[in-house]
Every structure is written in structure tokens, then in C-alpha cells.
Write a protein that binds this ligand. Structure first.
Ligand SMILES: [Zn+2]
Length: 608
């Protein structure tokens, strides 16, 4: 009897644990790629075979799949082309250039044959997306093997990838292979390639690239045959003999969601080892104008790695490569492609930004098309802090310019909510400020809300809990809530889903014996807790903290804590006990970390 009761309790207990685990509801798809590429560098074309083992971890039965065929964007009349020619402020790198490409200059990516578990499939190429009807649906928990033969042509370098970039790098090979689209709790993400950006399925890549043996490659993944390829990858003291016309480079990349590479015959290849043991590779043109900068970049990159390891979480791969290529700076798995003919500060700056994306984009893989601010904004936030430290910038408010950028967009009337799909902004410039600046302010201002230490801990815990997954905005704010204890859903809502702004003002001041009465006003819609600094005549000052009622919380370290301010009330009365000589100056948010769109009404100087 007793045993049975005990067993029942035990089984109820373990059942409830099981339920608790399932109630998070998180799942993600998995894909393993095997690719063999035969590259013809003379006409920039390649043939590929791809075997893809796809596992459906969703609770749904899938009766179709989609592949991204990105290179088809670089054809006259593509969505990328037409969008660039119809938007008012096109990216200057694109402009109308795609419309003028000849057949030899376009990019293409075509499937020749496609099979599922050995049986031919019907497929249809629609722009940059291959739509595939399955013969056999993939049931929840089941896997299917897809085998594709494909052919591609590398476009003239226009955006991100291509041949012969402005600095003479021959091959920037990004978004270059048929890539399975992601299916997640929101369904399929078969976004056409218009301007930006990427979302992919986590998995392992095994890639063999055969190319003229004079090319030196860098990219995602560990080289499996270093002593056959050489060029600085070989073991120390190893003599490398490259026989035949072509050389096969064999890469293996575990647990990534993209694969990129670049190749040039004139690359210098240096490597150093970071403090954490990560091997840092640098591949750059043998151009005497840039060599010194690229040598000096190497120890800075190691410092950046240390900064991100500490402030976000430990870099989980053994290798990272900074590769000259592309058309600016773009992040990829275990590497970046950046242009390299830059002033030193700009070279370190672009490396800082793209390297930070290894955390915010790659390891913490948010859907960039939908949550571009989590990707670009978080990256901008952490790389600004990293640059301040690594380059000894000693800036008082690292984010002052970032706030100004956001404020001017907010006041322009052209702002769209951060929930806007990355391709759906009316202006590219509005996308830029919304994703990068407003996204960075989201974090810096969260530090204002919950305190810097809570923010730092939030980033660390966010990394721990969401690495190698696809976190959403809510996943992030829940971590911030759990770390701080404050209620923050209102912040996520106002800041990211609306264009509501923050504007608090000093409406009036009246002086009575021993007391200064300040009337504060919430002018705009977004609520905030308020910090008011009061300078007294005679040189002393005090900071008063007014909690925001809906946060149900008080900031640690706050001084002169007042009654909370309920959002619906447009005004608030702050009584300041004043010494004999009285008050000289009153200022809302002396930190500058509250993104008040009108700071002119934040300060009151009392002259008497
Ligand atoms: Zn970025």
C-alpha cells in the first residue's frame, strides 16, 4: 500500500517534469549537408552534387520543402533588381547594375535533378526559391535524404558575393549553394532574396571544393586535408606537393547554419592563436598598401575575441577567419568577408562588428528577416563597447551617436516599427537606423531600465540558454525579466512593435520654504522610470528615482526612491527638500540613456 502510494506519487512527479519540459515547446529542424563542387574558374561556373539528410523535428507532417537559390537574384528583372530600381534610396552598390548584366555576368543557381530517398521529385524554380512537392510526406520525428545535382554561375560582384570585387578578390562565395529553407514554429521561411537577410537550418556541413590549384581558400569549417592543400594550413614543417591541375579542398563545419568561402591566388594567409585557443586566420591580398594594417589587425582581433567571450559567452568553435572579400562587411559562419583597403580604425571597426555577429546572428540565430534589430542592433551594441575598450577610445557615452541617429529618425515621421520585415521598409535608410541604431538603443536603454549589471548578466544567460537555437524577441526579454525581476513585456511591446516615443518634460517648478515642487510631464506615449538629478546651489547634488508602476520593481542602487508613476497619469509631482540656498538646476535623465526624443524640455535652470 505504502509502496504503491509512493510509486504513484513518484510517477506523477516524473510525469509533471516531463510536461514541464515539453511545455517550453521549443524544437528545431536539423540538416546535414554533403557537397562536392567542381569549379571552373575560367567562366565562373560550377557543378555541384549535394546530399542532404533532413530531419523533421517539428510536430507537423511536411508535404513540401523549399530551397534558397540566392544567385538567381543577380539577373535583370529579379526581385532584387526591380526593388533596387524602385526604392527611393537604393544601396549604391546595387543601384541599376543588375539590370545591365549580360548572360555571362549574371548569377544563376539551377537544380538539374532532385531526388527524395532515391525517387525523382518535381520542383519549380521561382526566382530565388526552389519549390519542391514531396513524393512522400516527412512525418514528425522522421528523416528524408535529398540528393540534388545543381549548377551555378558566380555573378559579377554586386552585393555580398560575386567575382572580382572592387579590391580584386577573385571569388567571394556566399549564398552560393542550394540551401534548405527553415521551417519553425511560425512555418516556412522561404523568403525571396531581395535585399536581406538570412535564416537557416542548424546542421553539419561536409564540403569538397575542386578548383585550380593556384587558388588559396578561406571560409567556414575546418580543413580536413591541410597537408594536401598547404598555403599555410599544413602542419608545421610539412612539405606540400600539389599535383595535377586542380586541388580539392575538404571542409567540415559542425553545428552551423550556413557555409561561405572565398578564394584568390594572391592571398597572404597568416594565423595566430587567441587566448582561448581559437585559431584566427587572416587572408588578405598581397598589396603593399594594406599589409601593415592587416598585420596590426591580428592582435586587435584577438582582443575582440576576448571581449566577446567575456561579455556574451565563450566562442564555441576552434577557428575564425577574417577574409578580404565581398563589398563591405558581412558575417558568416566561423568567418567574415570584409573589404580590406581601409584606414586602420575602420578595418578594426568592421572586424569588430562582423565578428560580434558570430554571437548575435550565428550562434544566437534569430530570424534576421523578421527580427533584424536583434541581429544588427545587438551586434552594434556589443561591438561599440568592444571598440571603446580595444581601441582605447575612452568615450564617456559610447552610444551618444547611436541615440542621436534613432532620435532623428523618430522625429522625421518616416519611422516604421521594428517588427517590419527587413525587406519591407519604405527607405533603406529607415531600415538601417531601425535595425542598427534603434536595436542598439534597445539594449543600452535596457541597461538604463534594469541596471548595467543586470543587463550584463542577461546577455550571458541569453547566450547560455539560446546558443545554437533560434531565439525570438520574447525569449530575450523573458531572460531579462528572470535576471532582473522587473516586468518588461511593456518595453518589448512599445519599443519594437510600435513607433511610440519617449518624451518626458519638466512642466513647472514652484519654490516653497524648504521645498522645491517639480511637476513632471509624460508628453509622449512610451512609459519609462525616471531619474531626476538636482543640483543645489552650493555645489551638492542628488538623484531622485521614480519607479514605473508597471515594472513592479525598483532599480538596484537607486537613490531617493519616490512613489511609482502610473503610466495613465500625464503628470507627476516630485517634492525636493531644499537646503537654505535652494535649487540651481533640475535635469531628467542625466545619463542620456533614456531615448527621450526631445531633450530640450528635460532641463530647468533656476536663476534667482
Ligand atoms: Zn551587421
Amino acid at each position: 500500500m505504502m509502496t504503491k502510494t509512493f510509486l504513484t506519487i513518484a510517477s506523477i512527479f516524473s510525469f509533471s517534469i516531463l510536461l514541464a519540459q515539453n511545455s517550453t515547446g521549443y524544437w528545431q529542424q536539423h540538416v546535414d549537408y554533403e557537397m562536392e563542387i567542381d569549379f571552373d574558374a575560367k567562366d565562373y561556373q560550377y557543378d555541384g552534387s549535394q546530399v542532404l539528410e533532413y530531419t523533421n523535428n517539428s510536430p507537423d507532417t511536411l508535404d513540401r520543402v523549399f530551397y534558397h537559390m540566392y544567385f538567381n537574384a543577380f539577373q535583370p528583372g529579379s526581385e532584387m533588381d526591380v526593388r533596387s530600381r524602385t526604392i527611393e534610396d537604393p544601396d549604391s552598390r546595387v543601384g541599376d547594375r543588375i539590370s545591365k548584366l549580360s548572360d555571362e555576368e549574371i548569377g544563376f543557381m539551377r537544380a538539374k535533378t532532385l531526388q527524395q530517398d532515391g525517387k525523382e521529385l518535381n520542383f519549380k524554380l521561382v526566382g530565388t526559391v526552389l519549390e519542391v512537392e514531396l513524393n512522400e510526406p516527412i512525418l514528425p520525428g522522421k528523416s528524408s535524404t535529398f540528393k540534388m545535382d545543381f549548377e551555378g554561375q558566380v555573378p559579377v560582384q554586386i552585393r555580398r558575393s560575386g567575382r572580382n570585387n572592387a579590391e580584386g578578390v577573385e571569388l567571394s562565395m556566399t549564398q552560393w549553394y542550394p540551401k534548405m529553407a527553415e521551417y519553425d514554429f511560425e512555418g516556412w521561411h522561404a523568403d525571396p532574396y531581395i535585399g536581406r537577410e538570412f535564416h537557416g537550418v542548424w546542421g553539419n556541413f561536409d564540403v569538397k571544393i575542386s578548383i585550380d590549384k593556384d587558388f588559396i581558400l578561406g571560409g567556414t569549417g575546418y580543413i580536413q586535408n591541410p597537408n594536401e592543400v598547404g598555403y599555410g594550413y599544413e602542419d608545421e614543417g610539412e612539405k606540400v606537393r600539389r599535383r595535377g591541375k586542380k586541388l580539392t579542398w575538404h571542409f567540415n563545419a559542425p553545428n552551423v547554419h550556413d557555409f561561405a568561402w572565398a578564394a584568390d591566388k594572391d592571398y597572404i594567409h597568416d594565423k595566430i592563436t587567441g587566448k582561448d585557443g581559437t585559431t584566427l586566420h587572416f587572408l588578405y591580398k598581397d598589396n603593399k598598401e594594406i599589409i601593415e594594417n592587416w598585420k596590426n589587425l591580428q592582435s586587435k582581433t584577438s582582443d575582440l575575441l576576448d571581449f566577446f567571450n567575456e561579455h556574451i559567452g565563450p566562442y564555441p568553435y576552434d577557428q575564425y577567419s577574417v577574409i578580404q572579400g565581398g563589398d563591405g562587411g558581412m558575417e558568416y559562419a566561423m568567418c567574415t568577408l570584409i573589404t580590406g583597403e581601409r584606414e586602420f580604425g575602420s578595418l578594426v571597426g568592421v572586424t569588430a562588428h562582423e565578428m560580434a555577429h558570430s554571437w548575435f546572428q550565428h550562434i544566437l540565430a534569430t530570424d534576421e528577416a523578421q527580427h533584424e534589430w536583434m541581429d544588427e542592433g545587438f551586434t552594434s551594441y556589443i561591438s561599440s563597447l568592444a571598440m571603446n575598450e580595444v581601441m582605447d577610445q575612452n568615450r564617456e557615452n559610447v552610444f551618444a551617436g547611436t541615440y542621436r541617429g534613432y532620435t532623428s529618425l523618430a522625429n522625421s515621421g518616416f519611422e516604421q516599427p521594428q517588427t517590419t520585415h527587413a525587406d519591407r521598409y519604405e527607405y533603406n535608410s529607415a531600415y538601417g537606423v531601425t535595425a542598427y541604431s534603434k536595436g542598439s538603443v534597445f539594449l543600452a536603454q535596457l541597461g538604463y531600465l534594469i541596471g548595467q549589471e543586470n543587463l550584463d548578466n542577461t546577455l550571458n544567460r541569453y547566450f547560455d540558454e539560446w546558443k545554437f537555437k533560434h531565439p525570438t524577441p520574447n525569449d530575450f526579454i523573458r531572460i531579462a525579466e528572470k535576471v532582473s525581476g522587473a516586468e518588461l513585456s511593456w518595453y518589448l511591446n512599445d519599443w519594437t512593435r510600435t513607433t511610440n516615443t519617449i518624451d518626458y518634460a519638466i512642466k513647472g517648478v514652484s519654490v516653497e520654504p524648504g521645498t522645491t515642487i517639480v511637476t513632471l510631464e509624460r508628453v509622449a506615449l512610451t512609459p519609462m522610470p525616471i531619474e531626476v538629478k538636482v543640483d543645489f546651489k552650493g555645489g551638492t547634488s542628488e538623484t531622485y528615482y521614480i519607479p514605473l508602476r508597471i515594472m513592479r520593481w525598483t532599480k538596484p542602487g537607486a537613490t531617493n526612491i519616490q512613489e511609482d508613476w502610473a503610466w495613465a497619469f500625464p503628470t507627476y509631482t516630485l517634492e525636493i527638500p531644499s537646503p537654505q540656498y535652494g535649487v540651481e538646476k533640475i535635469e531628467i535623465d542625466p545619463s542620456g540613456l533614456m531615448a527621450d526624443v526631445n531633450r530640450e524640455n528635460n532641463v530647468k535652470v533656476l536663476n534667482e
